[in-house]
Design a protein around this ligand. Sequence first.
Ligand SMILES: *[C@@H]1O[C@H](CO)[C@@H](O)[C@H](O)[C@H]1NC(C)=O
Ligand SMILES: *[C@@H]1O[C@H](CO)[C@@H](O)[C@H](O)[C@H]1NC(C)=O
Ligand SMILES: *[C@@H]1O[C@H](CO)[C@@H](O)[C@H](O)[C@H]1NC(C)=O
Ligand SMILES: *[C@@H]1O[C@H](CO)[C@@H](O)[C@H](O)[C@H]1NC(C)=O
Length: 669
Amino acid sequence: MEARNSWRFVLLLALVLLLTWLHLPSLPNSKFHSRWYIPKNTFYSSSPTYHHLESETPQHPLDPLTIQEFNRVRTILSSHPLFKSSSSYTLNSVVLEEPDKKLVLKWKKGDPPLPRKASVVAVVKRVSHVLTVDLEIGHVTSHETGLVSGYPMVTERDLYGVGEATLRCPEFNNSLAKRGLNLDDLVCLSLSSGGYEKLEEEENRRLMKVQCFSKEGTVNFYMKPIEGFTALVDIDSKEVLAVSDDGKNIPVANASNTDYRYSIQKLRGEMRLLNPISLEQPKGPSFSVDGHMVKWANWEFHLRPDPRAGIIISQVKVRDPDTSMLRNVMYKGFVSELFVPYMDPTEDWYFRTYIDAGEYGLQSMPLNPLNDCPRNAYYMDGVFASYDGTPYLQPNMICIFESYAGDIAWRHAEATVASLNVSEARPKVTLVVRMAAILENYDYIMDWEFQTDGLIRAKVGLSGILMVKGTTYENMDQVNLKRQETAPGESPRKSYLKAVRKVAKTEKDAQIRLQLYEPYEFHVVNPLKKTKVGNPVGYKLVPGATAGSLLDPEDLPQKRAAFTNNQIWVTPYNKSEQWAGGLLAYQSKGDDTLQVWSNRDRGIENKDIVLWYTIGFHHIPCQEDYPIMPTVSSSFDLKPVNFFERNPILAVPPNFEEDLPASKAHDSA
Ligand SMILES: *[C@@H]1O[C@H](CO)[C@@H](O)[C@H](O)[C@H]1NC(C)=O
Ligand SMILES: *[C@@H]1O[C@H](CO)[C@@H](O)[C@H](O)[C@H]1NC(C)=O
Ligand SMILES: *[C@@H]1O[C@H](CO)[C@@H](O)[C@H](O)[C@H]1NC(C)=O
Ligand SMILES: *[C@@H]1O[C@H](CO)[C@@H](O)[C@H](O)[C@H]1NC(C)=O
């Protein structure tokens, strides 16, 4: 089953980096501008509205800094000795410094506003400074430096500066030209250096790596890496410290079939498309947004955009239906960090160990109305500070909408006493707060979802484009994931993950209990049928939340329900083996169960097989289950792996306004 034949790229576990540059207020219109790819949102149509924000005053102690407040912070800082004496500094972060929790909890609408403060992180002459600016008294009231190692998030100016510096380096240009590349097709990215300082002269510097791609023939330049070519640049002095060029023999991939835009997809005639679909709200949405306060059904919370966390949800309260009292559920919720270590210890990849929120910030581009969020969505803008403290707008950054997926909130029909004629069910509607953070090639969809039964679900969706590695290989093998140690001196990385293939040959090999620290992917493949690049076609089983049985295996009920001994089983197909607890389960003794069949340990390789998956719940009852229980669910997925040649929903059209039924959208800010 080991096949080492044909594969163009090694596709690695992918997530990645960098904030987008769409919002740049005033960058020099240099040549470099045209080389650094600036993504555009094809479907975004409504024009950003700045005006309503300019006169905005904070209405709640946790409201983000306003445009006037950002400007005031700049003025106050400009007379501070730290900034007065240095012409070169960056304000890497300027955000609200939240008042003490005690004060916020005591504050009520109508009370005098709490004193407003800003928290500033700056880099001045290679040193990080953390300052508090008191906006009432107009002074810096706290200034700390040197307490911990590290630097703040990079700014857009850092990214551009590094890019420009790199292109001014003849060694960089010459090496690229020597590879026969047309420099006009280049797209170069400034990447976090991962905290590795290999040489003494690299210490105490802010460092970035620069790597390039070719956009010749495609917008999806990530599929055309210029492999084995990395520059190391000092962010502050703009010196190119090193250029490594060890991939000269690795070809740049062909652009064919890499473009993902709707406008260029060809839909084959036999594909059945969906009719337009949209949620009807004849009376309009049932949530309200007042400044940054959101109210919906029994929920109330404060919502603010943040340049690092993306979304910060605060003071989440739910109304108790018995007392009508609003009750505190969560003081503050946000994505604190996001770690994306690529599993490749080689020279041009080992440093890709992104800590995305803290290195770049979870920023976004405007959401795509009708497609990122449904028609009934409300959009909230973000206002952030640029590298010199000037405020800028991040339009349509967050959306809020009600979601109805046709699910059931609770139900019961009375079958025991037919004469009672009872059938009760309630539809499940939820409120979703969403943003999409774009970290260069990767997109993270962050959802906070509120249910009327009191449940809050925090969900992260991953989309975007893989970071692929150019190679001379044309094949890949895969499967279970293992930690690998590097040999001393081999790489600055100590460890990485490697996929190791293991084929379950008999039934006992496939009796599987899930383990977090010995993770597997479970593929069902047909080794006789391969994709064009040589992967066996298959589907994978993706387990969800589940629970194992805690009964003793020799306990009678456990013997009878022995299928709960494992989460996954595979048996050869046998028409008589259908019922995991036995055909005659009633008063059975456990002699005809999945465990008994599987213990015969028959061969399952290259056979017609049956895959069994056990979903488990431990239900420790709670009062909310009374008198009738809100729906609790779990699931697993069967997901294609190398079943299709590529993303099978590329050619599907997006939603267009004119296709949807007339219904009222929420008035956005
Ligand atoms: C490198 O190439 C870029 C793009 O062609 C050009 O603008 C720049 O002047 C070149 N730099 C050097 C040092 O040759
Ligand atoms: C890229 O691939 C396409 C389709 O396989 C082929 O027609 C084309 O000639 C290739 N281009 C290059 C530059 O190899
Ligand atoms: C049971 O209730 C349903 C809905 O109210 C009604 O349509 C149906 O006729 C009732 N059946 C009987 C047997 O009463
Ligand atoms: C099919 O299943 C039945 C019931 O478990 C068993 O008696 C029989 O031996 C099985 N046949 C094969 C070929 O495994």
